[in-house]
Design a protein around this ligand. Sequence first.
Ligand code: CTP
Length: 405
Amino acid sequence: MRGRSVLLIIGGGIAAYKSLDLIRRLAERGVKTRAILTRAGAEFVTPLSVAALTTEKVYSDLFSLTDESEMGHIELSRAADLVVVAPATADLMGKLAGGLASDLASTALLATDKRILMAPAMNVRMWQSPSVRRSAETLARDGVLFVGPNDGEMACGEFGPGRMAEPLEIVAAIERALEIRGGALGGLKALVTAGPTQEPLDPVRFIANRSSGKQGYAIAAALAAAGADTVLVSGPVDIAASPHVKLVKVTTARDMLAACEAELPADIAVMSAAVADWRPDIAAGSKIKKGADHSIPTLKLVENPDILATLGHHRNRPRLVIGFAAETDDVLAHATAKRARKGADWIIANDVSTDDKGESVMGGDRNQVHLITATTQERWPQMAKADVARRLVQHITQHFQGTDS
Ligand code: CTP
């Protein structure tokens, strides 16, 4: 870490006092910190203490002539190796997730070309509120890294997730984030498919399915965040891809296969797309009209190429091929058979039947999966799709570092 530098954005929260300790811990490790103190942050720690610990001027005002003449806010956002937000408040998370630039901190977050690590700290109910959940999901998908929050007693007397990670935990996360540049998966190329495919029947009609693409987009973001050179081949969905991935948009299964093959060779393939198994044998060039006799057309379907199986048996086969198995019954048995049949190394099996509340994993934000390898079957607890993505990437990293069992 020695010789690296961090731009620390201190948001307004009681945990801001821990950020002073964080600066000290970083200094002990030879990491230089420059700080932006938000107006709310300055209610909790003084600019003087931050300046004394960083031995640098503290920045707080977007429209300060003196600040801008010394170092413009764009340069400030890019001069460091990493941007760390601690405490990351609901306000700062929401601003970045929503693309707002209303003060120096949010402007720097939008303008930076460096990775962002957030250490959230807030009341447990705030952390669990749908709005903050949305912000966290969006940010994770965009490749923002997180450390914490931890469970525990909060300053407000409530108990649960919301406490900012301890300074040494943040230091460890900074260390990992700084390594990403060389990268835990640096130098490796990853290919991810996501979303549904659409198989046209005529210019206005198609066959598709309910896939939202959320899981695949989260996996692509997590792979990119771990340093992999990541290509995301996506069917039609309306979610934003991490700016750190190369997005290739396709419509049909055949386009998706062609786009994947064009990206080979790759080291890692994660096939999470819900590819349509069949397509109409003929896509009519003009809209199919009702005949005078109101006869109902018969659809003849033909089989689509299986992208996972094609890559799994390809002469240019990626070194690690991971597929999904969306099942509604006998999840493990079907998934295990699918792994062998499609030539995959690992299968992520998920139950896509609706739960007791009638909700399906397709389109939802959470997922409960099993990781099936040649020798192991691991049940993961239900978690956010972004967390499934991060956990999968941890396994991938261990695999390439040769530390998995
Ligand atoms: N898959 C693919 N190309 C296809 C069909 C599936 O690449 N034409 C991939 C999916 O991306 C996923 C895995 O194969 O990684 C399994 O998909 P799933 O829909 O569960 O399996 P199917 O092959 O469609 O089998 P079945 O419908 O019989 O369960």
